[in-house]
Design a protein around this ligand. Structure first.
Ligand code: ATP
Ligand code: MG
Length: 255
């Protein structure tokens, strides 16, 4: 697979909310954020503040109640194959093999026959080339997440939206998949927007970390992580940034 042309993303004074039993639940409040093509941005914030909602707006699964979400300078009006969301809950089709799961996007676009080599390559990129015939229930949690990532990659996303893709994994698997994600991002060149609740993960992966308030989510802090990859978690710069982020999140720690 050749590298893609990444697409930038812009939230321009975006507010959003949901109708719950006739009352409006405010979820995002005046969020303005500019993400450059090829940038890797991590979103951090308390549970329920609106992070997944922001990704759904970027994916075009929801339209904002106020303000505008734009990809490549064009208002987002619906889903598109160049913007792919990997959901917080693994969403493989249980009745399809891993390969058939990865084939879902090309098949929906009528490109299945033409994209067989891409399917092979996506499986190889995530290290699942030997598991194409396996069904989801035959995979470990980490393998299922990698299959979900392969299913996204096969569509050559220019923007990859990752909603806590490593959230439920054990710490060793998580460390390996963090390295895989950086490798894929460097190889493929897409723009990445990652929701995580793990401060260290945000600092290890992202060019920039954006911190949100409790719901309705407002941006309370943005910081740049100007360190080359591969990063080390004992890097003093990262440790200083971590202390700052934890303080902003209101989490006291004994240093
Ligand atoms: N489809 C929906 N209909 C109604 N309310 C919703 C819907 N989706 C989310 N919400 C509400 O919006 C708020 C924000 O949800 P969201 O999933 O964006 O939070 P989050 O920051 O991703 O949380 P978490 O870290 O727990 O995943 C929550 O209060 C939730 O109840
Ligand atoms: Mg969420």
């Amino acid at each position: 697979m050749s590298a893609v042309t990444p697409v930038g993303l812009r939230f321009d004074h975006v507010s959003h909310g949901y109708d719950i039993g006739g009352a409006l639940l405010p979820v995002l409040e005046d969020v303005s954020l500019d993400i450059a093509p090829g940038e890797f941005v991590a979103l951090l914030g308390p549970s329920g503040c609106g992070k997944s909602t922001l990704l759904r707006l970027a994916a075009g699964l929801e339209l904002p109640r106020a303000g505008e979400a734009l990809a490549g300078g064009v208002p987002i009006t619906g889903p598109g194959p160049e913007r792919i969301l990997v959901f917080q809950e693994a969403t493989l089709f249980p009745w399809r093999t891993v390969r058939r799961n990865v084939e879902a996007g090309p098949e929906a676009r009528g490109e299945l026959a033409a994209k067989q080599a891409r399917v092979d390559e996506a499986l190889r990129l995530v290290g699942l080339e030997a598991f194409g015939a396996a069904f989801p229930h035959q995979l470990s949690g980490g393998m299922a997440q990698r299959a979900a990532i392969a299913r996204a990659l096969v569509n050559d996303p220019r923007l990859l939206l990752l909603d806590e893709p490593l959230g439920k994994l054990d710490s060793l698997t998580r460390l390996n998949l963090q390295k895989d994600l950086i490798r894929l991002w460097q190889d493929r060149g897409f723009t990445a927007l990652l929701v995580t609740h793990d401060v260290e993960e945000a600092l290890l992966l992202a060019d920039r970390v954006v911190l949100f308030s409790p719901r309705p989510a407002r941006i309370i802090e943005e910081l740049r992580v100007d360190r080359p990859h591969p990063r080390r978690r004992d890097d003093p710069v990262l440790i200083a940034l971590r202390t700052r982020l934890l303080a902003s999140l209101g989490v006291l720690e004994d240093v």
